[in-house]
Ligand binder design. Structure first.
Ligand code: M6R
Length: 608
């Protein structure tokens, strides 16, 4: 996720671009840049680090020119650096692009362009787009861009400008968001409405597969294959704070709703035809997957809960023992980590001190270290032998939602890759899993569609002081995460445990009306978990079951039912967590808490 901007009008473009980028910094902030046409040539300024560095550069040495493009980056391909910062230009410097998203076939395109003599200045996937547009250019930027994107595969948004046609900008949306703002004799382009809302409230949303041709006379919208599109303007009435949160009252709710898009990004370019998966930064030595004798998973908090899901998935699919260890425990144990094992360290930030310490320990003991992380260039990613970036984009709310979701999806991808290399997954089983993964963005969307039902349920929950979450196997892992969400933002005392464990002690705490959430998606243990539900019901608990849409039995047992779309049981944690995130959110909202910054907590725990 990155933020992109464009401007054409009568005013100096650079300050307008920088101002818009500042409002898009939530989408990434590891480097920033602008390209402005001064009437004769393109002037590019870019710098690693926060936007303020670029702003200082421009203050010290301003650029004149009333059309330009800008970018604030969240690295996916190539570490944060000056040369990987956008905009990228073609070798002549006459064409500049900014890009948000991923070009899946960039390696093939680089090879093709390289064979024709192209030299690249960055490690990014984005730079190929500048070369492609230049190669296709014959005097019409719109047509050159159209032909260039026909050669690129992926989920992205792109903005292009050229000194050969000053005052013209072309932009394309292929899944990643893009909006146009129409002012009085000026036009703005941005990844998101908050960047330009203080400039204009007349917004045109660019749809997937559309291209827009922007000049000072306005914005002409077409489908990528050239059909003109008429789009009604939206009149946006949000205030500035609402706009920053995409119209949601809190970042947490915004991030919950971003999950379908985040998962799309996690999957982009990684699922190939049939049963194959491509993890671009995982390079196991030959024979490693086959000889692997143990997997260690280490993490903290929500990331640890994603690890609990991974344990079930890896053991089930790979038939290899998996140990999940809290990083703060592992670092002070004398664990039997041996060479030949794989350690998977999971961390959204890649900076959690305990997780880093456990990762160093695993490496010292000769284990191969694979990082599942969201932050490119983080300490963990620089320490690991192999990397799986989750691509959730910046997560602002302290309570993790979309980062957790993309960790889950990353783990399924890893299981596929290891399973194929290990020979533990046959082609049919892998193809089945690949097909299931492709449905996930839609499945999450459907789960989000039940938000109103969860909100009503939360009203009944908010007056309680204790809650319990139970489940078996994968459902237990989800129960753990649902319970943590509830605790950290609603401040309800909440405990999660395996469904069979309740009767060994905790049942003593269940009294009349105590809410007990029972996660019930695993067919193999369904009947056993129903028995646990009946046990708490017999103590007059308020039983809330989380079950598939097609479960016709559950309403006979539970007081309330939260429904999720049917998926293969192995993938159930993905839809299951959505209503539990929403439940925690609405309980906390009903209790009037500071949801994005809960008391005593921090987004990244960089101390022991
Ligand atoms: O950045 P990390 O994934 O390493 O962070 C680990 C935990 O601190 C984090 O998941 C924490 O539990 C979240 N606030 C939970 O929502």
């Amino acid at each position: 996720m990155c933020g992109i901007m464009g401007y054409v009008g009568p005013r100096d473009a650079a300050p307008i671009l920088v101002d818009g980028l500042r409002r898009l910094e939530y989408r990434g902030y590891d480097s920033a840049g602008v390209a402005v046409c001064d009437g004769r040539s393109l002037v590019v300024r870019k710098a690693e680090g926060k936007l303020s560095r670029l702003a200082d550069m421009l203050d010290a040495d301003p650029i004149g020119g009333s059309a330009g493009i800008g970018h604030t980056r969240w690295a996916t391909h190539g570490a944060p650096s000056d040369h990987n910062a956008h905009p990228h230009t073609d070798p002549s410097g006459e064409i500049a692009v900014v890009h948000n998203g991923i070009i899946e076939n960039f390696i093939a395109l680089k090879e093709e362009l390289g064979a024709a003599g192209a030299v690249f200045a960055s490690e990014t996937d984005s730079e190929v787009l500048a070369h492609l547009v230049a190669q296709e250019y014959d005097g019409d930027l719109l047509e050159a861009t159209r032909r260039a994107v026909a050669r690129a595969k992926g989920a992205y948004a792109l903005v292009v400008t050229s000194s050969r046609e000053p005052g013209r900008i072309v932009a394309v949306r292929m899944i990643s968001p893009l909006v146009v703002g129409l002012g009085d004799g000026e036009v703005f382009l941005a990844s998101d409405i908050p960047a330009i809302l203080h400039r204009t409230r007349d917004i045109m949303v660019v749809d997937n597969g559309e291209i827009v041709d922007v000049t000072v006379d306005g914005a002409r919208l077409q489908t990528i294959d050239g059909r003109a599109v008429e789009r009604d303007l939206l009149q946006i009435t949000w205030d500035a704070a609402q706009a920053e949160r995409g119209g949601h009252p809190h970042f947490m709710l915004k991030e919950i709703h971003e999950q379908p898009q985040a998962v799309t990004e996690t999957l982009t370019g990684r699922l190939l035809d049939g049963d194959e998966v491509l993890l671009e930064e995982v390079h196991f030595p030959p024979g490693f997957a086959r000889s692997l004798d143990r997997i260690w998973i280490t993490a903290c908090g929500t990331a640890l809960h994603a690890g609990l899901v991974a344990k079930e998935v890896f053991e089930g699919l790979l038939r290899v023992p998996v140990e999940v260890a809290y990083a703060h425990e592992l670092r002070y144990r004398d664990p039997l980590i041996t060479p030949g094992s794989l350690t998977v360290a999971i961390s959204q930030s890649g900076e959690t001190a305990d997780t880093l310490a456990a990762a160093y320990l695993a490496k010292e003991r000769g284990s191969r270290l694979l990082a599942v992380t969201n932050v490119v260039g983080s300490t963990l990613s620089r320490t690991a032998d192999d990397l799986l970036y989750t691509r959730a984009g910046p997560e602002i709310a302290v309570a993790s939602t979309k980062a957790y979701m993309t960790m889950l999806v990353g783990e399924y991808l890893l299981a596929l890759a290891l399973g194929r290399e290990r020979g533990a997954l046959d082609s049919a089983a892998a193809a089945h899993l690949v097909a299931g993964l492709r449905t996930l963005p839609r499945v999450i969307e459907e789960a989000l569609g039940r938000e109103d039902e969860v909100r009503v349920l939360a009203e009944g929950f908010a007056g309680h002081e204790d809650a319990y979450f139970i489940g078996r196997g994968l459902d237990y892992a989800v129960a753990m995460e649902g319970s943590l969400k509830m605790k950290e933002i609603s401040y309800l005392h909440s405990e999660a445990m395996p469904a069979g464990e309740l009767k060994h002690g905790t049942l003593a705490l269940v009294t009349e009306g105590t809410p007990v959430v029972v996660v019930l998606t695993q067919t193999a243990t369904y009947d056993k978990t129903i028995s646990a539900l009946q046990e708490v019901k017999a103590r007059h608990a308020l039983t809330i079951a989380l079950a598939y849409d097609d479960d016709t039995e559950i309403a006979k047992h539970a007081d309330r039912v939260i429904r999720i779309p049917r998926v293969p049981d192995l993938l159930a944690p993905v839809p299951s967590i959505v209503p539990l995130q929403l439940l925690a959110y609405y309980v906390a909202a009903a209790r009037g808490h500071d949801i994005d910054q809960p008391r005593n907590l921090a987004k990244s725990v960089t101390v022991e």
